[in-house]
Design a protein. Structure first.
Length: 592
C-alpha cells in the first residue's frame, strides 16, 4: 500500500470513531495514566528497601531501637499500599482493555452495516464479475481485521510506547550509567524486531489472500455440490481444495516460524541485559535497592516489547484489509436515482404500458447482446418472448426493471422513461418469477410474505388455496411453519415454484415477468398453475419468456428473438402461417 493510500485509509478509519469519541478519549486518558503508573511500583519498592528494610537489617549491629514496631508497621502499610496500587492498576487495565475492544466492535458493526448496504446497491453486473466468496471475505474477515486496529493496535501501542518511555526515563534518572549498561543489548533486539515485523507482514498478506481464495472455493463448491456429485468430480475437486488449503497452511506456518524465532530472541536479550546489570553492580557496588529497581524495570520494558512488533503488524494488516473494504465502498457501479425524483411507494400504481424504442445493450463493448429492439406492450396485454437460448430474451426483461442499464435507446413505462421512476417504486410494480426459485432459510410463511407486515394471514391462506399450494403445505410437518433449508433444498422443484407464484400473487405487481418459470414444473403442478395464471395475469401487463405451447399460444403477441434482434413478431396463428423461424420452433416442440 502506498504512503498516500495508507494516510487516506487512516483518516477514513478515524472518522468512524466520531460517534464514540468520548469512549476513545477515555481510552487515550487511561493509556497515559497507565504509562505513568508503570515505573511507580519499582520506584516504591526501591525506596521501601532503601529506607526501611535495609535499616532493619543492620539494626542488630547499631541499636535495638532502630528495628522498632513503628518500622514494622511502616513496612506493613507500604505493602498494603503496594497491593492497593496493583489492584488499582489491574482495574484500570481492565477498563482500558474493555473500552478499546468495545470501541473496535462498535466501529466494526457500523462499517459492516455500511459495506453490506453498499453491496445491496450494486448493479447486478458487479456480481457477475465478483466471486461471492470474495465479497463474503471483505464483509466478514477483512472488517474483523479492522477491529484489531482498535482492540490491539492504535491505543494499545500508544499505551505500550508511553509505558516503555516513562520506565526508560526513570531508569536514567536513578542511575544513567547502569541504565546504559543494562540496555546495551537493545540494538540487537531492535534489529530482530524489524525483521520479525517485515517477515510476519509478508506472511499475513499471504494469509489474507489465501483466506479469500478458500472462502471463494468453498462457497462455490458447496453451492454446486449436486453438480459435483452428479459428475463424480469429488476426487478432482478435493485435489484442488488440497492445493488451496496448503497455500493457506504454508502462509500460516511462515508466520508461526517468525514468532518461534522472535520470542526466544526477546527472552535471550532480556537475560543478557540482566547479566550485564549483575556484572556492572559488582564493580560499581550499587545499592541492593537500585539493583531490584532495575530488575523490575527491565521486566516492564521487555514484557510489552514481546508483543509491540506484533501489534504493528496487526495495524498494517488492518490497513491492508481496510483498503479492500474501502474499495467496496468506493465502487461507483451502483444504480442511483435522480435526486430530483420524489416518487414513493404509496403513490398511484402504474397502468403497465411498455415501450422499447431502438434499445441496444452489451455486457462488454466488443460483444453486443441486443440490437435496436423495438416493441410496444399495451397495458394489460400479454406477450411471449421465444427463441434460441442465449439470444437476449432474459436480457430484455432484466433491462425493464433496471437490473442492467441499456447503453442506447429508450425504455418507457406509461410514457415515462424508466430512469425517471424511483427505483424502489419501479421494482415494486414489476414482479419477476424465475426458473431458479430462490428461497431463504426460514419458514414457508416467511418465504411467502418476506416478513412484510402488510400481508395478513388471511391473504396468505387465500393465495395459497387459489394456487393449490395450501394442501401441499399442510402435509408438511408444522405446515406454514415448516423450516425451509437454504435455497429450499427440502422441497421439490414444483413446490418451490408454487411458493414463488403464491409470493408474487401476494405482492400484486402491475407488470408480471415470467422467465422460463414453468419449464421445470411437472404436468400435475402445471395444471394447478395454469388455472391460477389466468387470474394472476388479468388486468396486468405480462411478459412471458417461455417455450411451453400452453403459455405461448395464449399470448396477445409473440416476439421471436434471434441474435439480439426481433426476427419475427405476431400472434401464434400468424407466425405459424408464415412458416419461418417460429414455425420451425413450433414444430420442434410439438414433435417432442
Amino acid at each position: 500500500m502506498s504512503k498516500q493510500k495508507k494516510t487516506n485509509s487512516y483518516q477514513r478509519i478515524l472518522k468512524y470513531i466520531k460517534p464514540y469519541k468520548y469512549r476513545f478519549i477515555v481510552s487515550i486518558a487511561l493509556a497515559i495514566g497507565l504509562s505513568f503508573l508503570a515505573p511507580l511500583r519499582p520506584l516504591w519498592i526501591q525506596k521501601t528497601i532503601e529506607d526501611y528494610i535495609q535499616k532493619g537489617a543492620i539494626a542488630p549491629y547499631l541499636s535495638k531501637t532502630i528495628w522498632s514496631n513503628e518500622l514494622v508497621q511502616a513496612i506493613i502499610w507500604i505493602t498494603v499500599l503496594q497491593i492497593g496500587l496493583i489492584l488499582m492498576e489491574t482495574l484500570l487495565r481492565f477498563i482500558f482493555s474493555f473500552t478499546s475492544a468495545w470501541l473496535g466492535q462498535n466501529i466494526v458493526k457500523d462499517l459492516r452495516l455500511e459495506v453490506y448496504k453498499k453491496i445491496m446497491s450494486y448493479k447486478i453486473s458487479q456480481f457477475d464479475k465478483t466471486p461471492v466468496g470474495t465479497l463474503s471475505t471483505r464483509t466478514i474477515n477483512d472488517i474483523e481485521a479492522i477491529n484489531s486496529i482498535f482492540s490491539e493496535g492504535f491505543v494499545p501501542i500508544l499505551a505500550d510506547v508511553l509505558s516503555i518511555s516513562i520506565v526508560l526515563i526513570s531508569m536514567f534518572y536513578v542511575n544513567w550509567q547502569l541504565a546504559l549498561i543494562s540496555l546495551a543489548p537493545f540494538p540487537v533486539l531492535l534489529f530482530a524486531t524489524y525483521f520479525f515485523k517485515e517477515s510476519v507482514k509478508k506472511s499475513f498478506q499471504k494469509v489474507r489472500l489465501s483466506v479469500a481464495q478458500l472462502n471463494t472455493f468453498v462457497q462455490e463448491h458447496l453451492s454446486g455440490m449436486s453438480f459435483i456429485q452428479t459428475f463424480n468430480l469429488q476426487e478432482q475437486e478435493l485435489e484442488k481444495f488440497k492445493r488451496t488449503n496448503s497455500l493457506h497452511k504454508n502462509a500460516n506456518v511462515k508466520a508461526i516460524f517468525a514468532y518461534s524465532v522472535f520470542f526466544p530472541i526477546v527472552e535471550i536479550t532480556a537475560a543478557i541485559s540482566i547479566s550485564f546489570l549483575i556484572y556492572a553492580s559488582i564493580y560499581t557496588q550499587v545499592n541492593a535497592s537500585i539493583l531490584v529497581f532495575y530488575f523490575l524495570s527491565l521486566n516492564q520494558i521487555f514484557r510489552p516489547l514481546r508483543f509491540i512488533a506484533d501489534k504493528f503488524n496487526v495495524i498494517q494488516m488492518g490497513m491492508v484489509a481496510s483498503e479492500r473494504v474501502f474499495a467496496i465502498l468506493d465502487n461507483t457501479e451502483i444504480l442511483e436515482d435522480d435526486p430530483t425524483i420524489h416518487t414513493h411507494l404509496k403513490e398511484e400504481k402504474i397502468k403497465g404500458k411498455i415501450v422499447f424504442q431502438d434499445v441496444s445493450f452489451f455486457y462488454k463493448p466488443e460483444k453486443q447482446i441486443l440490437h435496436n429492439i423495438d416493441f410496444t406492450v399495451e397495458a394489460g396485454e400479454k406477450i411471449a418472448l421465444v427463441g434460441p437460448t442465449g439470444n437476449g430474451k432474459s436480457t430484455i426483461v432484466s433491462l425493464l426493471n433496471r437490473m442492467y442499464q441499456h447503453q442506447s435507446g429508450i425504455i418507457e413505462i406509461d410514457n415515462k422513461k424508466i430512469e425517471d421512476y424511483n427505483l424502489t417504486f419501479l421494482r415494486s410494480q414489476i414482479g419477476v418469477i424465475l426458473q431458479d426459485v430462490f428461497l431463504f432459510s426460514g419458514s414457508i410463511r416467511q418465504n411467502l410474505t418476506l416478513n412484510n407486515p402488510d400481508i395478513s394471514e388471511e391473504q396468505m391462506l387465500s393465495a395459497s388455496q387459489l394456487l393449490g399450494l395450501h394442501d401441499t403445505i399442510m402435509k408438511l410437518p408444522n405446515g406454514y411453519d415448516f423450516h425451509v433449508m437454504e435455497r429450499g433444498t427440502l422441497l421439490s422443484v414444483g413446490q418451490r415454484q408454487l411458493i414463488s407464484f403464491t409470493r408474487m400473487m401476494l405482492y400484486n405487481p402491475q407488470i408480471l415477468i415470467m422467465d422460463e418459470a414453468t419449464s421445470s414444473i411437472d404436468t400435475e403442478s402445471e395444471i394447478l398453475i395454469q388455472n391460477a395464471l389466468e387470474q394472476l395475469i388479468q388486468n396486468r401487463t405480462s411478459i412471458l419468456v417461455a417455450h411451453r405451447l400452453s403459455t405461448i399460444q395464449k399470448a396477445d403477441k409473440i416476439l421471436f428473438i434471434k441474435n439480439g434482434t426481433i426476427a419475427e413478431q405476431g400472434r401464434h396463428a400468424e407466425l405459424v402461417a408464415q412458416k419461418g423461424l417460429y414455425y420451425n420452433l413450433y414444430n420442434s416442440i410439438t414433435q417432442e
